[in-house]
Design a protein around this ligand. Structure first.
Ligand code: AMP
Length: 229
C-alpha cells in the first residue's frame, strides 16, 4: 500500500517549482494547487478575490494570509475528497500559512508527506525568470531555453498563446526574491523540524530535477499505510 503524495513545493521564484509541480501532479495523477495560478485566473476574471490580490501581485508582495488560507483550504478539502493527494505550488509562503495548513491537514487526517525545497542562487533565479513563459489558456509553464514548446509561442498541450507574466520583470523579480528570503525561507526550518524537508539542488536540468523529486517522493511514500493501493 502506498500513501498518496501530499507534497509542498518550496523555493524562490525561478527555482523551477511551477514546472516541477506540473510534472509531478501529472505523474502522480493528483491535483495541482498553485495559489499564484488561482490568483492570476481571478485577476483575469476580475472577481472580488482577484481585485483584492491584484495590487499585491503587481508589487511583488504577498497577498495577506487570511485571503490565501481561506482559498486554499476549500480547494484542499475538495482534492482530499476526490483524490487523497495533491501538489501544492506557491503555498505556504509564510510561517502563519504553514501553521494553518498543518492544523487543517492534521485535523483532517491527511498530513503533508513531504516538503521539497528547490535551492538556487538569486542570480540564476533572475536569469531563469527572464526566459519564463506561461500558457494564457491552461497555465502550463515553459522556459524558452530550458523547456521550450515544440512551436515557438504556442502551448504544446492546448495550442494557447504563451505569455510572459507582468511580475516577471527584473525589478519586480528582485523584490520577490527579497520577500522570499524574508518570509518564505524560514519555512525550510519549519519543515526540517518536522522531519519532512528534502532539499533538491535546482541548478541542474529540468529532467534531473524531476528525477530527484520523484525519487524523494517514492522514498517517503513507499510502504506507508493509507494509500489508494
Ligand atoms: P507565484 O506564481 O507563485 O510566483 O505567485 C505570484 C504572486 O501571487 C505572488 O508574488 C504573490 O503576490 C501571490 N501569491 C501566490 N501565492 C501566495 C501565497 N501563498 N501567499 C501570499 N501571496 C501569494
Amino acid at each position: 500500500m502506498r500513501d498518496p503524495a501530499r507534497v509542498v513545493l518550496l523555493g524562490p521564484p525561478g527555482a523551477g517549482k511551477g514546472t516541477q509541480a506540473y510534472r509531478l501532479a501529472t505523474r502522480y495523477n493528483v491535483p495541482l494547487i498553485s495559489t499564484g495560478d488561482i490568483f492570476r485566473r481571478n485577476v483575469e476574471e476580475q472577481s472580488d478575490l482577484g481585485m483584492e490580490a491584484k495590487s499585491y501581485m503587481e508589487a511583488g508582495e504577498l497577498v495577506p494570509d487570511d485571503v490565501v488560507v481561506g482559498m486554499v483550504t476549500a480547494t484542499l478539502d475538495e482534492a482530499q475528497r476526490d483524490h487523497k493527494g495533491f501538489i501544492l505550488d506557491g503555498f505556504p509562503r509564510t510561517i502563519r500559512q504553514a501553521e494553518l495548513l498543518e492544523e487543517h491537514t492534521v485535523e483532517g487526517g491527511f498530513p503533508i508527506t513531504a516538503a521539497l525545497a528547490f535551492t538556487v542562487t538569486d542570480e540564476l533565479a533572475v536569469k531563469r525568470i527572464a526566459g519564463r513563459r506561461t500558457c494564457s489558456v491552461c497555465q502550463r509553464p515553459y522556459n524558452v531555453e530550458l523547456s521550450p514548446p515544440r512551436e515557438e509561442g504556442i502551448c504544446d498541450r492546448c495550442g494557447g498563446r504563451l505569455i510572459q507574466r507582468e511580475d516577471d520583470r527584473e525589478e519586480t523579480v528582485r523584490h520577490r526574491l527579497e520577500v522570499y528570503h524574508a518570509q518564505t525561507q524560514p519555512l525550510l526550518e519549519f519543515y526540517r523540524d518536522r522531519g519532512i524537508l528534502h532539499e533538491i539542488d535546482a541548478d541542474t536540468s529540468v529532467d534531473e530535477m524531476t528525477d530527484r523529486a520523484v525519487a524523494t517522493i517514492e522514498r517517503v511514500t513507499a510502504g506507508a499505510p493509507g494509500g489508494r493501493g
